[in-house]
Design a protein around this ligand. Structure first.
Ligand code: IPM
Ligand code: MN
Length: 360
């Protein structure tokens, strides 16, 4: 008997449903080719439901999601809902309550895709950022006092426990061992780079740096260790991205540098994020947002959503199928699409999905 997976699909807002449809189409093709079962169950959470009912996410949803093998997310963000409500109430709530403490973001330039970086190609732009996903500035710890007066104080604390730092670093070391450049035959070493700010954030990044070297020395002596200040890392991501193999960093820094990374890999039409709980339910998403102005037109690029599906299969252990989808995406970017931009692909959203299916 082949394996079967129960997937919670959340189309969400804007173009989310359109891209997720193509992702599902590709997943279904992979499931018949590679002989595993897929049971996709849809949940209509998002801006429309919130505007109708006043509820962002029912409390029961979290418990329900725990029964699934993974969550496949379209996009969150609605033009008629104040920014922050849906992001916090759906995306961040799921990350926190399902303890998805890793955010995995490959920065990989596929063949045929244009990058704004001069003289760089797929060989140079090929690394992975592991972003800590449930701590730091995202915990919401802090407050305001004397609001609206000239004495107003606002505090937002960067919180990290040793436990959070260590589990994230261990995941990053393990990941580097399995997917580093040496393992993949792309280089001579597997290298993990810590991105921090030890020269100013002397409490939090001292903790990160100490645990990084302690754990590395103890259990991952085969992995080379590097350290970059976050500001310098931004510079090198533009000037010498080929230096990087796997990077690990805090939540806020990871949020920022992965948008920079995304634009170097061709933009939001292709960038993927995995919100991972290695021992629980993980959630996979294109990181591009809901693009409301393109919604319903059939012109949005579904490749990020399709690639998120590939990352989901990889995490479920369907390695062959995951690889086949990524390879198909690379054929499509390399030989078919005129551009990754919405409306400029030379194909409609569903035609792009069909092109990928054909290559699987
Ligand atoms: C991301 C997004 C989210 C984040 C927002 C939408 C809350 O920017 O996934 O990178 O800041 O984590
Ligand atoms: Mn972001």
């Amino acid at each position: 008997m082949s394996k079967s997976y129960k997937i919670a699909a959340i189309p969400g807002d804007g173009t989310g449903a359109e891209v997720l449809n193509e992702g599902k189409k590709v997943l279904e093709a992979a499931s018949s080719k590679f002989d595993f079962g897929l049971d996709l169950i849809e949940f209509a959470f998002g801006g429309d439901r919130y505007l109708r009912t006043g509820e962002v996410l029912p409390d029961t949803a979290i418990e329900e999601f725990k029964e699934f093998d993974a969550i496949y997310l379209g996009a969150i963000g609605h033009p008629d809902v104040k920014p922050g409500i849906l992001e916090k109430g759906i995306l961040l709530r799921l990350r926190f309550e399902l303890d998805q403490y890793i955010n995995l973001r490959p920065i990989r330039l596929y063949p045929g895709v244009e990058t704004p970086l001069k003289d760089k190609g797929p060989k140079e732009i090929d690394f992975v950022v592991i972003r800590e996903n449930t701590g730091g500035l995202y915990t919401g710890i802090g407050g305001v006092s004397m609001r609206g007066t000239e004495h107003e104080i606002a505090v937002q604390s960067m919180i990290y426990s040793r436990f959070q730092v260590e589990r994230c670093l261990r995941y990053a070391f393990d990941y580097t061992r399995r997917h580093g450049k040496k393992t993949d035959g792309r280089g001579t070493a597997n290298t993990l780079g810590l991105v921090g700010k030890t020269n100013v954030l002397t409490h939090v990044f001292d903790l990160w740096e100490r645990v990084f070297h302690e754990v590395g020395e103890l259990d991952y002596i085969d992995i080379e260790r590097e350290y970059y200040h976050v500001d310098a890392a931004c510079m090198w991501m533009v000037k010498n991205p080929e230096w990087f193999d796997v990077l690990v960093t805090s939540n806020m820094f990871g949020d920022i540098i992965t948008d920079l990374g995304a634009i170097t890999q061709g933009g939001m039409g292709i960038a993927v994020g995995g919100n991972i709980n290695p021992a629980g339910v993980s959630m996979f998403e294109p990181i591009g947002g809901s693009a409301p102005k393109y919604a319903g037109m059939g012109i949005i690029n579904p490749l990020a959503s399709i690639a998120a599906g590939s990352m989901m299969l990889e995490n479920l252990g369907e390695y062959e199928a995951a690889e086949a989808i990524e390879r198909a995406v690379m054929i499509v970017t390399g030989t078919k699409l005129k551009s990754l931009a919405a409306g400029e692909m030379g194909y409609s959203t569903s035609e792009v999905g069909d092109l990928v299916v054909k290559e699987i």
